[in-house]
Write a protein that binds this ligand. Structure first.
Ligand SMILES: Cc1cc2nc3c(=O)[nH]c(=O)nc-3n(C[C@H](O)[C@H](O)[C@H](O)COP(=O)(O)OP(=O)(O)OC[C@H]3O[C@@H](n4cnc5c(N)ncnc54)[C@H](O)[C@@H]3O)c2cc1C
Length: 408
């Protein structure tokens, strides 16, 4: 049976767009459907959101020819400093320092604002004749047949493909329609997100302060600006977010400290309620889930998008090989290879982020002593420290080719 496309992607945000480029690159016909209109996908405004991209994610974007357009806006991550602290007291003396000079690969990663990455991906999709983009539309139904999936669109009409990939975020309507069960856990925390301008140079150093209500990450952006991801309980975050800018900064200052001099807001403020959503399977017959649709995690380690781009590289590699061998790319046994490749890595990451959040987001004095000693111990052991640096850079595990910067 003739199908309209080889692959239909529901959701054209960061992961859906990257997947479309990767699949088109191996000769598959791809269609991307997203309710967000094209002009918004390529928006230019400074919205204060940024991502810490691991070096392997940067390699993937380079292999997809997207990095060239965003590189000038990226800030290399040269050092990460982790410490325990309380508002007004500054960080504890037990600081864990990860320096990129301890590994051969260069910077551990790059900070990039959402607006540059989103626009570069939207432009690359628009420029690729092998990709059809239906912006402003929605996938509302899916009917699985023996050789194809038929998707209903919100605008009316249907599309057929061999495979439907849900890149449709934490609630993943695609996953729900495929009856894939999901584990959901509310962390009881909300992230306050903004960008700030500061008086002194950050030197490419990222800071993670562990405060009793949750972590405060200060992530360097180009120039004298940093992206802030600041976690509080839901109620406290709602209270702080309702404050005018000047009062908001007054609450942030004692948590932040004065090591970067005077600070000011540099753009809009956002809040994200934090929960874990983990799909019990990353595939079903003619359906695969990628990115937050498969696993939405705590931003404590800044790994959500990195994990999604690892899905992208893995699924693209599995499908490319199956396509070359003449296999049906929508069959569950083909998609199970993707699921098996990703599941252990995702489970390990979720367990690690949950563990770190539980261990650090409290004010128990015994735990505080234990974790301070732990930070001091890891810092004193170069082998262990290098292991953490390679982990942060995304360089561990069984890496798919695109994350190694190689063509599929
Ligand atoms: C505060 C915070 C800080 C973070 N910091 C980092 C970081 O430093 N580093 C990092 O790696 N990650 C970070 N992350 C995680 C990262 O933001 C996410 O993992 C990533 O943006 C998820 O992208 P996605 O494309 O999978 O999903 P989403 O961005 O959720 O996109 C889903 C898309 O699907 C579309 N859609 C929904 N329903 C349908 C439908 N029925 N049909 C078609 N389309 C549909 C939506 O319109 C949307 O465009 C952070 C997250 C938060 C909350």
């Amino acid at each position: 049976m003739a199908v309209d496309h080889d692959i239909l992607i529901a959701g054209g945000a960061l992961n859906g767009s990257a997947l479309a480029l990767a699949l088109a690159g191996v000769g598959l016909r791809v269609c991307v459907v997203d309710p967000v209109p094209a002009k918004v996908q390529g928006a230019t405004g400074f919205d204060g959101r940024g991502y810490a991209l691991a070096v392997t994610s940067q390699r993937l974007l380079a292999a997809l020819r997207v990095w060239g357009t965003v590189a000038e806006h990226a800030q290399p991550l040269l050092e990460i400093k982790v410490s325990d602290g309380r508002a007004g007291e500054g960080p504890s003396p037990f600081v864990l320092e990860f320096d990129h000079a301890e590994i051969e690969e260069g910077p551990m990663g790059y900070m990039i604002e959402d607006r540059y990455l989103r626009r570069a991906l939207a432009d690359a999709l628009a420029d690729d004749p092998r990709i059809t983009v239906l912006a402003g539309d929605t996938v509302v139904s899916q009917d699985i047949g023996p050789a194809s999936v038929t998707a209903g669109l919100g605008s009316g009409g249907t599309l057929t493909a061999r495979l439907l990939v849900g890149c449709d975020g934490r609630r993943s309507p695609t996953g729900q329609r495929a009856a894939i069960k999901r584990f959901v856990h509310d962390y009881g925390q909300t992230a306050l997100v903004c960008a700030i301008a500061h008086e002194r140079d950050h030197g490419g150093v990222a800071h993670q302060f562990f405060m009793p209500p949750g972590p405060l990450a200060i992530l360097p952006l180009p120039g004298r600006q940093s992206s802030i991801v600041w976690t509080e309980t839901h109620a406290e975050a709602a209270r702080i977010n309702a404050l005018p800018d000047a009062d908001y900064l007054d609450v942030l200052r004692p948590r932040f400290g004065d090591f970067l001099g005077e600070i000011a807001l540099a753009g809009a403020r956002f809040t994200y309620p934090l929960n874990l959503t983990l799909a019990m399977a990353f595939h079903a017959e003619r359906v695969a889930l990628v990115g937050d649709a498969a696993h939405g995690m705590h931003p404590i380690a800044g790994q959500g998008l990195n994990a999604g781009l690892k899905d992208v590289a893995t699924l693209a590699e599995v499908l490319a090989l199956a396509h070359r061998r003449g296999e049906d790319i929508g069959r569950a046994d083909v998609l199970a290879r993707y699921d098996q490749w990703r599941r252990f890595d995702v489970m390990t990451l979720v367990a690690a982020t949950n563990g770190v959040n539980a261990l650090f987001s409290n004010d128990n004095s015994m735990l505080r002593l234990g974790r301070d000693l732990g930070l001091g111990l890891v810092n004193a052991l170069p082998g262990l420290r290098r292991g953490f640096i390679r982990e942060a850079a995304g360089l561990t595990g069984d890496l798919p080719r695109l994350l190694q910067g190689r063509a599929i």
